[in-house]
Design a protein around this ligand. Structure first.
Ligand SMILES: [Zn+2]
Length: 288
């Protein structure tokens, strides 16, 4: 049974990104195999993208990756996930267009995580490290009590075990559904990082697209080294809010990693494929 009757004999277009037809008019299922790059607007084969660490092979646009993919990318096989099992209690019983409880439940189902953070311990080449990676797919990587507590635990673990700490930031900022509780996490993590600094254990923050709001305003900018992936959006407030406040047009590329590197806010912009080698070299230097 067919759903539509074709008037002319031939299809106009061949197999496109969302599927099409071959020469015999049979439908070719290509749905989900192709994706359009947001950087260069070209169609890329998903397998090529995945084989290239989710970086566009044509324009080097760095796509977002999950916390788990990030840990797989950085740590050698055999790492251990730690500090899991914390879940938000919705302290304000918050509801906007949807209840916060239902948002949490949906995000937990979609990501398989308890919240927007994953801690791991393992080997980064020759270095035993603690990694804390944020999950942007979980309510925009927003930082509530669970994210704050989990990162603080990673910091404490790094200090007590004297293992360098790597935090991979990817966040829209503080989680407004937890109000002031989410803002308190900035102070909590920063205090723990102060203790880590006193103990002279290295901390490197990797800022990925996007790192904004209270995350930028606290731990993401407190590393011994703060490095970013190419093209990452990094800032505190959004450009529209800033333009309205200072009544000036913002320069081109404002709040992108390369601009921030030029202005001295970052130590390096590192391609994803070079990230692990860069971190190994940096940790060897910091611990020498
Ligand atoms: Zn591209």
């Amino acid at each position: 049974m067919s759903w539509f009757k074709r008037e002319s004999g031939e299809y106009e277009s061949g197999a496109g990104p969302e599927g099409g037809a071959d020469a015999n008019g049979r439908t070719v299922r290509t749905e989900g195999l192709w994706t359009k790059c947001v950087g260069c607007r070209q169609i890329i084969w998903k397998a090529d993208l995945e084989a290239n660490l989710n970086v566009c092979p044509k324009c080097q646009h760095h796509f977002k990756i999950s916390a788990r993919q990030r840990i797989d990318l950085l740590l050698d096989p055999g790492y251990e996930l730690v500090d899991g099992g914390l879940r938000s209690t919705d302290p304000l019983n918050f509801t906007d267009v949807k209840s916060y409880k239902s948002r949490l439940r949906k995000a937990q189902e979609q990501t398989g995580l308890d919240d927007a953070i994953l801690n791991a311990v393992g080997q980064l080449g020759p270095h035993a490290v603690v990694v804390s990676a944020m999950e942007y797919g979980f309510i925009g990587g927003s930082m509530g009590a669970v994210v704050g507590e989990t990162i603080a635990r990673a910091v404490d673990r790094a200090r007590l075990d004297r293992k360098p700490l790597i935090v991979v930031a990817a966040s829209g900022g503080a989680r407004m559904m937890e109000g002031v509780v989410s803002l308190m996490q900035m102070a909590k993590i920063s205090t723990a990082l102060g203790q880590l600094d006193d103990a002279k254990v290295p901390y490197i923050c990797v800022l990925t697209d996007p790192t904004t709001g209270g995350v930028t305003a606290s731990f993401a900018m407190l590393g011994d080294l703060n490095i970013a992936e190419p093209g990452a959006l990094i800032g505190f407030a959004g450009p529209r809010v800033i333009e309205q406040t200072i009544r000036q047009k913002l320069p081109e590329g404002f709040q992108r990693a390369e601009f921030l590197l030029e202005k001295g806010f970052l130590d390096a912009v590192v391609q994803r494929r070079d990230l692990k080698a860069y971190l190994i070299r940096a940790l060897s230097f910091l611990q020498a």
